[in-house]
Write a protein that binds this ligand. Structure first.
Ligand code: TYD
Length: 138
């Protein structure tokens, strides 16, 4: 789908456990300005319900699993993030919803910009209007 794709990270595994390194601008396609993580999400909770105008993010289920719905006015996809060596890149103007967080799951998010509420589009009708223009231009 436009502006979303999976990234496979390195995996150094042995009897002592698993290690995954992520290097700025090398393993992900932008400079990381911010990280945050989502934990302790109760069963049945759905989060997200927004798009960003400029922000790029990579989402990683570092523990457990979480489903991510990504959509634009023309296509829609559900990705089951369930591996710490996999990241989901989400670029600008992609609507996202996160749900089915497994118990104890940790969703790590790497972001290309500092937090800026004005970059969010939280109303789906506004998103449809703005994204129609965005996708017609690219
Ligand atoms: P929000 O982005 O709405 O979370 P989600 O999309 O996962 O439901 O953020 C929830 C709250 O946290 C909101 O009040 C803004 C705040 N917040 C920050 O202050 N800094 C951040 O980097 C993020 C991601 C959120």
């Amino acid at each position: 789908m436009e502006n979303t794709y999976l990234i496979e990270f390195k995996d150094f595994s042995n009897q002592e456990g698993h290690l995954t390194p992520i290097e700025n601008c090398r393993d992900i396609p932008f400079e990381i300005k911010r990280i945050y993580y989502i934990t302790k999400v109760k069963p049945g909770i759905r989060r997200g319900f927004h798009s960003h105008r400029k922000l790029c993010q990579v989402l990683i289920a570092v523990h457990g699993s979480v489903k991510i719905l990504v959509k634009n006015p023309f296509e829609e996809q559900i990705i089951n993030l369930a591996s710490p060596i996999q990241g989901l890149f989400i670029g600008p103007m992609v609507w996202r919803e996160m749900y089915d967080f497994s118990e104890g799951s940790v969703l790590l998010v790497l972001a290309s910009e500092y937090y800026d509420e004005s970059d969010y589009i939280r109303d789906y009708e506004c998103y449809t209007r703005e994204s129609n223009e965005f996708y017609l231009e690219i």
